[in-house]
Ligand binder design. Sequence first.
Ligand code: SF4
Length: 507
Amino acid sequence: MTTIQQEDFITSVADALQYISFYHPPDFLKSLNDAYEREQSPVARDALAQILVNSRLCATGHRPLCQDTGIVVAFIKAGMAVRWDSPLGIVDMVNEGVRRAYRNSDNPLRASIVTDPAGRRKNTGDNTPAVVHVELVPGDKVEIIVAAKGGGSENKAQFVILNPNESIVDWVLEVVPTMGAGWCPPGILGIGIGGTAEKAMLLAKEALMEPIDIHELRTRGAQSRIEELRLELFDKVNALGIGAQGLGGLTTVLDVKIRDYPTHATSLPVALIPNCAATRHIHFTLDGSGPAHLPAPKLDDWPRVTWQAGANARRVNLDTLTRADVSAWQPGEILLLTGKLLTGRDAAHKRIADLLRTNSPLPAGVDFTNRFIYYVGPVEAVRDEAVGPAGPTTASRMDKYAELMLSSTGLIGMIGKAERGPEGIAAIKRHRSVYLTATGGAAYLISKAIRNARVVAFPELGMEAIYEFEVEDMPVTVAVDADGNSIHALGPALWRNKIGNIPVKIE
Ligand code: SF4
């Protein structure tokens, strides 16, 4: 009988989480590179190049692919003949593995999990607890999948119960454009069809754990309704023109994975969960012979993409900017920022808003006059880093603060990821401001442009504190100009039209 030792299980989970924090799965990497080679939209191609260069930097530097190091999801299939030598239960063992991985001093990962989600939302400090799914299966082995799922992509999950005669394709094509770019495309769509409400969601998440094989499927041809659906959705979602980071381009999804399950005769539950540019998961088996062996991939597997800051970019000195300067920038322009900016995201904005609404002064050192704010929650720095991986967070969450920030603080612009909503765009237009995007999923590359970082306010907020960053050639794209024109509307519309009119073969 196979005996699984507690320490082997915990070590395996911890090692796996460290591994996926800096190594993209090889199938995802290859698919991303194929999309880069094929891409014709210059801004989308630039974003893809950043994501690929970031991937290689993370693989060599053993630092996280993204500042959001995810919520841990584990799928465990435990053989019914397995004996456990462990005082801890399976969920507690997974959580101990998470704790060790996220507190690893060589490569600390960002703790993003909060308790009391409807109340105080207090960070647990070690990224526990994980979400664990356990299934008892015949056999004497334990098969484990661990994934670190980014919040930006998880937040875009969709669910519907259709009437049995309604079209799944129509529903997907209706909801994907409403998801915006906060899920950091290009990525994968996981779709669950059938079962009950909770079963469909689980199927969608499990589907995301499968290897990318849409090209093999196209070559051999669909042999089931589900395979036909995959090919149809892959082509039609890419034809929406959303593109990398929602900037407009040829590739929005690298694959569409579908799992199904029998359902009630009156129901057609459909769940959709996207996975992002920081797709992270690994599969391994424990057979009682010790912890999992996770061989390091060969660096030769990483494409030799070169991305040069500044090839077609406008260089901008952040320390001398005025509102008049920023109002000349055009959507889609690539900028390289040098100088000082301040950071802040959800919690810091709430604090600032509370102070402004009560006419209280902002903390010393927080002066937004003619400054940009960068929506970011960086990973803790190690060794000689000024800051750990520091990519952008979803900007639309800050829309409700945009008017207050722009009218009351002297702020002239914002940097984040994905589109702004109507409220944010109206404020930008009213104040002749501007909104820039940095590439989601290129966090380590972006951190290389940050030369100095110091906390200037709210240190108790941890990664949500306000920092002052000194940056050099930080790459960003103009997303909303002073007239309120948005690349996230213009880009996909342009590419949707182009894809409809030029012979584009996506394979
Ligand atoms: S790539 Fe985007 S969605 Fe994915 S973890 Fe990073 S910030 Fe979140």
